[in-house]
Write a protein that binds this ligand. Structure first.
Ligand code: FES
Length: 145
């Protein structure tokens, strides 16, 4: 075989089948970006030590409700899609409601995700929790945050 011949068998790896909702959130992620200092009431940064992926998440909170949320992912398609869906689930929720969001909620909202990618949904859930704890720690009592 010549050097430039392509043998698909040599490059074949595991193929993961994502449903349309996952592909939609991966290719058109919601709430991507970051909030500026004037809007950031809570910030979370988490990483997955297994794969090295990382997630940053910002929240703006008013009257104990998430009124704005944004994320940046340095991760796989599963991490991007699940984080995107997580932000849509968290937007508008009270702090207490948002704390109860789980990786199962995210996966269910997406209609499922390949088994090998289930752990990716934890990144967003953990980042949101970190941002909520950050918000709590900045409460001074009396501020409308
Ligand atoms: Fe690392 Fe998906 S493989 S978060």
């Amino acid at each position: 075989m010549a050097d430039n011949d392509y043998d698909p068998g040599l490059l074949a790896g595991p193929i993961l089948y994502y449903n349309e909702a996952v592909i939609d959130h991966f290719t058109n992620p919601r709430n991507v970006g970051e909030l500026g200092p004037d809007e950031t009431d809570g910030f979370g940064l988490v990483g997955d030590p297994e794969c090295g992926d990382q997630l940053k998440l910002w929240i703006k909170v008013r009257s104990e409700r998430i009124v704005k949320i944004a994320f940046k992912s340095y991760g796989c398609p599963g991490a991007i899609a699940t984080s995107s869906m997580l932000t849509t689930l968290a937007q508008g929720k009270s702090v207490m409601e948002a704390k109860r969001l789980s990786d199962d909620d995210v996966i269910e909202a997406l209609g499922g995700i390949p088994a090998q990618k289930r752990h990716c949904s934890l990144l967003g859930v953990r980042a949101l929790l970190a941002a909520l704890i950050d918000w709590e720690q900045h409460q001074t009592g009396g501020e409308d945050h």
